[in-house]
Design a protein. Structure first.
Length: 104
C-alpha cells in the first residue's frame, strides 16, 4: 500500500492543547482511540464494553474541565450538574429516536 493511500485513510484531528493538562491530553487521546475502535469493531462485547468506556471517559473529561478550577470555592457541584444535564439530553434524544448528524 502506498504512503499516499495510507494518508487518505487517516483523519487528522487538531486541538489547541495550550490550556490542557497532560492528563487531559492523554485522556483525549484514549477517547479518540476508543471511539475509532467502537466504530470499527465486529465484536458485540467490544462494541458494548467500549461504548460504555467511551461515555465514562467523556464524563471523566467533563470532571477535569478547567472551568472547575475557576469555581473551586463554589459550593455548587458543577461537574455533577453538567453530567446530569448531559444525561438528560442524551435520554431525550434516545426517547425521541433523534440521531444527531453533522453531515450537510
Amino acid at each position: 500500500m502506498s504512503q499516499d493511500l495510507k494518508l487518505e485513510n487517516k483523519i487528522f484531528i487538531e486541538l489547541d492543547s495550550a490550556e490542557l493538562t497532560q492528563a487531559q491530553i492523554r485522556t483525549i487521546k484514549t477517547l479518540n482511540h476508543l471511539l475509532q475502535h467502537v466504530l470499527t469493531t465486529e465484536s458485540e462485547s467490544e462494541y458494548f464494553d467500549n461504548s460504555a468506556e467511551a461515555i465514562r471517559i467523556c464524563a471523566s473529561l467533563i470532571k477535569q474541565a478547567n472551568f472547575l478550577d475557576q469555581e473551586r470555592d463554589s459550593s455548587i457541584p458543577y461537574e455533577e450538574q453538567a453530567l446530569e444535564f448531559s444525561l438528560d439530553v442524551l435520554q431525550e434524544h434516545m426517547t425521541s429516536s433523534k440521531v444527531v448528524s453533522y453531515d450537510n
